[in-house]
Design a protein around this ligand. Structure first.
Ligand code: AMP
Ligand code: GLY
Length: 423
């Protein structure tokens, strides 16, 4: 089988790594890929959002399966385009991807189906937003409804935070059209976890659970980022809690989408907030999470390609997703300045010096004059699996210790919450 992966970050590197392990796979290409992916697959210089060019390429090279990493092409309808050409692709249609593409639509959907989430109001101007803030009280969360690269949710703990958020959304238009609609949400307390589930339109199958670390600095301080690290599984999603997530969230979403004429196929990523009352939805993504996927896939014992084929053929109910024992941890090494402006082009040293068994997934890297250099905000996801969370964490940080580049920074407390829970 020939498999094409679309995207060029750490998530796509992990996907390429896992897909290559399938005995059915004979060729893996990635568009556009990065310097790390290029060590394992052919990289094709087509941007992830160039839907027509990707479709043309996949047809010409007769790929049997295309796997989409990022949300933008999914929301833009890449699955619809491929299907119309008779090409097999793993992911939701544009209509189904609305779960991520419009937080306003997502909230309305969740309310229609009685699925637990934060109370919210969708607004179009600052005055209406202030009314909603008064309704929910502070803290409150103000979100651009559309796609904002993971940076469109602002947790406001003071009136000044609210003013600043509304200024960014409505006056400065920092998020552009993504903030034409703004969702004001009640603040939810609890512990966050992510559940990535395969879906075939009717059935779903959760992958091992995980926990992201969205804030920039240790102790969950600093601004939100795309994700500074992840571990899997998330101890808070034990079997009874996962059963509740399946029954109260994943099942109703999959059946609700089918009932509304937009059956959901691909990966449904449920960002959850869990407290004494149970799980509630923070957000949905219509794709694999990044960096979660880098921690989740090393814990998947079964064949991801088989699962994705089953999902595209409506056979998921018969699939058995098997988790490996133990735990996996991914620590993101970021460029100086990230998540704000950052410098690129710094030479990365030590990539070949990491201890055996450590996986170095590349996120923002490029090759220049035979050297690997930084080319993005999140540069590497240094990942290790181990018999338990302690062993996996120690191995990942041992791997990171071998690597350096100018301005490199990372959190030193990835998985700390899971480690504390063990004590
Ligand atoms: P989102 O982009 O919707 O995933 O939000 C980014 C982050 O903001 C989440 O991972 C949470 O940490 C936080 N967040 C979002 N919505 C809420 C909420 N209603 N209550 C508390 N925290 C939230
Ligand atoms: N790590 C969060 C995301 O993939 O959106």
């Amino acid at each position: 089988m020939r498999v094409l992966v679309i995207g060029g970050g750490g998530r796509e590197h992990a996907l390429v790594w896992k897909i290559r392990q399938s005995p059915r796979v004979t060729r893996v290409a990635c568009a556009p890929g990065n310097a790390g992916i290029a060590r394992e697959a052919e990289c094709v210089p087509i941007r992830a959002d160039a839907v027509d060019a990707l479709c043309h390429y996949a047809a010409r090279e007769r790929f049997d399966l295309t796997v989409v990493g990022p949300e933008a092409p999914l929301v833009a309808g890449i699955v619809d385009t491929f299907r119309a050409r008779g090409l097999r692709i793993f992911g939701p249609t544009a209509a189904a991807a609305s779960l991520e593409g419009s937080k306003a639509w997502c909230h309305a959907f969740l309310e229609r189906h009685g699925i637990p989430c934060a109370a919210s109001r969708t607004v179009r101007d600052a005055d209406a937003a202030r009314d909603a803030v008064r309704l929910f009280g502070i803290p409150v969360v103000i979100k651009a409804s559309g796609l904002a690269a993971g940076k469109g949710a602002i947790v406001c703990r003071t009136d000044a935070d609210v003013d600043a958020a509304l200024e960014r959304m409505f006056a400065q238009r920092e998020f552009g059209a993504a903030a034409d609609e703004v969702v004001v949400e009640e603040f939810m307390d609890g512990e966050e976890a992510s559940c990535l589930a395969l879906a075939d339109g009717a059935a779903f199958a959760p992958l091992p659970s995980s926990q992201d670390h969205k804030r920039l600095r240790d102790g969950d301080q600093g601004p939100n980022t795309g994700g500074m690290g992840a571990y899997a599984p998330a101890p808070i999603l034990d079997a009874p809690m996962q059963a509740r997530v399946d029954a109260e969230i994943l099942g109703p979403v999959i059946s609700g989408m089918a009932a509304e004429g937009a059956p959901y196929t691909g990966i449904l990523y449920a960002g959850l907030m869990i407290d004494a009352r149970g799980p509630r939805v923070v957000e949905f993504n219509c794709r694999f999470g990044d960096p979660e996927t880098q921690a989740v896939l090393p814990l998947l014992a079964s064949d991801l390609v088989e699962h994705m084929l089953a999902a595209t053929e409506g056979r998921l109910a018969a699939e058995r997703v098997r988790a490996a024992p133990g735990a996996a941890v991914c620590v993101v090494a970021a460029s100086g300045g990230y998540p704000d402006a950052y410098r690129t082009g710094a030479r990365i040293r030590g990539l070949d010096d990491v201890p055996a068994g450590v996986l170095v997934f590349h996120a923002g890297t490029a090759e220049r004059d035979g050297a690997v250099v930084t080319s993005g905000g999140r540069v590497l996801g240094v990942t290790a699996a181990g018999p338990d969370i302690r062993a996996a964490t120690d191995r990942a940080y041992a791997g990171l210790a071998a690597i350096s580049f100018e301005g490199m920074h990372y959190r030193t407390d990835i998985a700390a919450r899971a480690l504390a829970r063990r004590r």
